[in-house]
Ligand binder design. Structure first.
Ligand SMILES: [Zn+2]
Length: 491
């Protein structure tokens, strides 16, 4: 069997078919017939002599082997027999799961960030910026999955899963749902009311956000997102830093609006994530069944204890770098922020250090999400992980927030999970083959993850996107290619 057909059969039978199957589209979308049903030997790659961080434990398992078959991990052990496998000598490198950024906005990467589509850029330019960063600042830096939590990369995600574009796995909420004047209302002050009400503002026209009023409009927005492939729903539960009309102290969507979002999400087997800062928001949203709590930098200890008592039913999503490093300092904030936005950011920076301390103290189930978008920040995403250590977590906890715990939350998408077959964020039998090899042990020195030369190997879905370790001309060694261009990435 040729390399070409191996590549195509792996892509189309595994990921692509699973994705289309989940979206209920198999019947109507023509799947390339070539290799979909052809019998073939599975492709195996055996990694030997690696020290494994499995996504959870606080120590490495030394001297291990990992057998990858097609796009998943078939076996992990001291000695694995796989006579037909192509062997990658790990030379004592550290193997970790691919990193997972649980709070990204991949469509908001033009220079103006959230205001990207108001004046200077159209959706096509937004897509070009997005694809550039998905490859160069996300996938090729070892972030093999992103949870996109406002914005509309749903068709870019589809093209990636079809093997037409390179990029990370994307779990997207589709457009975030906000009340008029809330954190998702990015329209200019003078946009006429009838334009806003008819969803004709540019951010809404490109479905990067939904501005709604009343439960019925929430229903429509949630269902539209889910129809297009959203894996979960993002609802605005309070004021924000990067928006113009909403002080941090306000509540966001009304109770009946949030309840409706939770109801429709639950009807579809998935969940609601929320943007909120203070405890009135957090407690109201917990009462209403929201599960993923972003930010939360103004909460106090009783609320933190309440979250802890819910175990892994709810999660705190920590945006460390943007709050602790960036929002702490007025002058360090993005140039496109107004004075009022910068003042809000300073308050958040102060609260973030305190929130991290409390969440850690009470062992609240936590994930890491950078919220780092826009040209100044997207190149530095992994500093959000090292920031976790600056904020008092151990290196193992920091990595767990970005791997094992993240993988648990990704499963909450249930039938809307675009990658439903195996687990993500962990190195174990029955996980997707998303893995990294590092020269050095990040549990001893977390900062080494910022040195790209020490990231020597990147595999996503069984395909290799970066490799400085072995000769790459063996037919079982599968560099990432696109069926349409036959090119090897990076181009
Ligand atoms: Zn965000």
């Amino acid at each position: 069997m040729s390399l070409k057909s191996i590549l195509e059969s792996v892509r189309f039978t595994a990921t692509f078919a699973a994705f289309l199957g989940m979206a209920g589209l198999l019947a109507s979308v023509p799947v390339p017939a070539a290799d979909a049903t052809e019998e073939r030997e599975p492709v195996q790659i055996l990694f030997t002599n690696v020290n494994i961080f499995d996504g959870f434990k606080d120590k490495l398992s030394p001297g291990m082997s990992v057998l990858v078959e097609d796009n998943y991990i078939k076996e992990v052990g001291k000695f694995i027999k796989a006579p037909d496998a192509y062997i990658v000598d790990g030379k004592g490198r550290t193997m970790t799961p691919g990193l997972i950024d649980m709070h990204q906005h991949v469509m908001l990467n033009p220079p103006e960030g959230t205001a990207a589509y108001q004046t200077r850029w159209d959706g096509a330019a937004g897509g070009a910026y997005t694809q550039h960063h998905l490859v160069n600042n996300i996938l090729l830096k070892g972030i093999t999955t992103v949870r996109d939590i406002a914005g509309d990369p749903l068709d870019i995600a589809k093209a990636i899963d079809m093997g037409q574009l390179p990029g990370p796995r994307i779990y997207s909420s589709g457009g975030a749902i906000s009340q008029t004047g809330g954190h998702g209302d990015w329209a200019g002050r003078n946009v006429p009311a009838d334009v806003l009400h008819n969803h004709k503002d540019m951010a809404q026209a490109t479905q990067n956000t939904w501005v709604v009023n009343g439960p019925d409009q929430v229903t429509e927005a949630v269902r539209m997102n889910l129809r297009r492939g959203a894996a979960f729903i993002k609802a605005m539960g309070g004021g924000g830093v990067a928006s113009e009309f909403d002080p941090l102290e306000i509540m966001g969507l009304a109770k009946d609006e949030v309840a409706r979002a939770v109801e429709i999400a639950a009807d579809n087997g998935t969940y609601v994530a929320t943007h909120a800062y203070h405890e009135d928001s957090y407690n109201r949203l917990m009462d209403l069944g929201v599960r993923s709590f972003e930010h939360g930098f103004l909460v106090t200890e009783p609320t933190v204890k309440r979250m802890a008592s819910r175990g892994q039913d709810v999660v705190w999503s920590f945006q460390c770098f943007m709050s602790v490093n960036t929002f702490g300092d007025y002058d360090a904030m993005p140039g496109f922020f107004t004075h009022e936005q910068k003042v809000k950011g300073v308050a958040v920076g102060k609260g973030a250090r305190n929130a991290a301390k409390l969440m850690n103290k009470h062992n609240v189930f936590t994930i890491g999400g950078s919220d780092m978008f826009g040209i100044r920040f997207v190149e530095r995403i992994k500093e959000d992980i090292t920031c976790n250590v600056d904020a008092g977590y151990t290196a193992a906890q920091a990595l767990k927030h970005w791997t094992g715990n993240a993988g648990i939350v990704l499963k909450w998408s249930g039938p809307k999970n675009p990658y439903p077959i195996y687990d993500l964020g962990t190195i174990k039998k029955g996980a997707y083959a998303d893995l990294l090899l590092w020269n050095g042990n990040p549990l001893d020195d977390i900062k080494l993850i910022l040195d790209e030369e020490r990231l020597e190997f990147i595999m996503k879905d069984g395909l290799v996107y970066k490799n400085t370790m072995v000769e790459a001309d063996h037919p079982h060694f599968r560099p990432a290619r696109s069926p349409s261009t036959r090119g090897q990435y990076p181009l």
